[in-house]
Design a protein around this ligand. Structure first.
Ligand SMILES: C[S@@+](CC[C@H](N)C(=O)[O-])C[C@H]1O[C@@H](n2cnc3c(N)ncnc32)[C@H](O)[C@@H]1O
Length: 395
């Protein structure tokens, strides 16, 4: 099948029908495809809209393979419009994007790409979440809702009628069970979190958020991390701690850059808050208190030094942000200065992305004295971090 997107090919993938592979190296953060759905139907009851389809569009729909024992139309819709379009109102059929297969988030591997419905362009986007090598299959998760990961095999069977054989789903039952327990506990935590604000010691809440972030990193479920970092931002903003709030929201901003792109509304909103946390709707509503930014451990997880060398095709690392561009070794205070490749690839020259100097530029510009000062500051912060961690552990 011909494709207008130069970075990819559509090929036969054993056991999965067609699939999409990278024609060459694709850096993390790249917008691989942006495609307007050829057919866009209401999500809940598409019957009326279906009867209004043109002959060409109907035969386009019928050109896709039909699932076993499925209704000729609805079966195809089920298989080929998984999350395309504004998924609460519509399902769209995009000629190329609908060929992307699924893989689960798991400790063994995670998707190398994600869908994003761009409400301004009304196009479905496919974005690289990490570097993708030539010949590697490009895969997304059809289940962005973490609730589905309590039992991914059953969900995929029910919603898409296939048995997932991704590295996460073929793990021994005991390992899958352990993941299920952790995800259940995580979902529970997220549900209860807002009720804890203003009721409990905020440092204890931050410690719990951080623990959950690390669990989610280990489970490979990286798309959740930005939301938890935003929770931590909110908590710091409720207590008027601008410095800590900025550091947390920087993680959230970088996550939006990766998943939704640096021109998306979620990214812009997050960037605004990271730049000026005082703009948060409930700024200082719970008083004024010095809290804390993300620990060194969390930052190292986000901005690893060496993912490029460690990552292997298909498996990759479970680290959330790709390193190929801006991300270098973090210091606790430097998270605001960092942008993801998504940000640097697409918007480096626009005003959208934070334009603090990159590490290499900093190296060149910094005088010896400044270097010394920065070293001392990093040391002090590491000590503070260690102190806070041990203090928190006692709580
Ligand atoms: C959006 S389509 C993907 C493209 C499709 N493979 C094709 O041949 O055009 C979704 C369907 O592909 C198949 N599929 C996707 N991911 C799969 C996987 N990991 N293993 C087996 N089948 C998969 C399932 O039949 C699913 O309903």
């Amino acid at each position: 099948m011909p494709t207008e997107f130069p970075r990819i090919d559509i090929v036969d993938i054993p056991g999965k029908g067609k699939g999409v592979i990278a024609k060459g190296y694709i850096p993390g953060g790249t917008l691989i495809i942006s495609e307007r759905p050829r057919i866009l139907l209401p999500y809940k009851d598409p019957t009326q809209a279906l009867s209004a389809l043109s002959r060409e569009d109907l035969s386009f729909l019928l050109s896709f393979p039909r699932g076993p024992d499925e209704h000729p139309i609805f079966g195809r819709l089920k298989h080929f419009t998984p999350c395309v379009g504004d998924d609460t109102f519509s399902r769209g059929l995009c000629e190329t994007i609908c060929r992307v297969n699924h893989t689960c988030y798991s400790p063994k591997a995670r998707p190398n790409a994600a869908y994003y419905w761009n409400t301004s362009s009304k196009e479905e986007e496919l974005r690289a979440l990490k570097e993708i090598h030539e010949g590697e299959e490009i895969q997304v998760s059809y289940m962005e809702d973490i609730q589905n990961y309590e039992d991914p095999l059953a969900q995929l069977r029910q919603k898409f009628a296939f048995d997932c054989s991704c590295p996460g789903c073929v793990r021994p039952a005991a390992e899958r069970c352990a993941s299920k327990e952790r995800i259940l506990a995580y979902n529970n935590f997220v549900e209860r979190l807002p009720k804890r604000f203003g009721q409990e010691n905020p440092l204890g809440i931050l410690k719990d958020i951080e623990t959950q972030i690390l669990i989610i990193c280990e489970e490979g479920y990286t798309s959740e991390i930005g939301s938890r970092a935003h929770d931590a931002f909110q908590l710091c903003a409720y207590y008027g701690d601008a410095d800590s709030a900025q550091k947390w929201e920087s993680i959230s901003r970088d996550s939006h850059a990766l998943y939704q792109g640096p021109t998306s509304e979620p990214f812009k909103e997050s960037k605004k808050l990271a730049g000026k946390p005082q703009g948060f709707r409930a700024w200082q509503q719970l008083g004024r208190r010095k809290l804390r930014g993300p620990s060194k451990r969390v930052l190292e997880y986000f901005y690893p030094k060496d993912e490029t060398t460690k990552a292997t095709p298909n498996e990759g690392s479970s680290r959330p942000f790709p390193t190929s561009a801006a991300a270098s070794a973090p210091s606790t205070s430097a998270s605001e200065a960092r942008t993801t490749p998504a940000a640097s690839n697409e918007a480096a020259s626009s005003s959208v992305v934070s334009t603090k100097p990159s590490t290499s530029t900093e190296k060149i510009l910094r005088s010896k004295g400044q270097k010394k000062k920065a070293k001392a500051k990093a040391k002090k912060e590491a000590a503070r971090d260690a102190g806070e961690n041990s203090g928190l552990a006692k709580e």
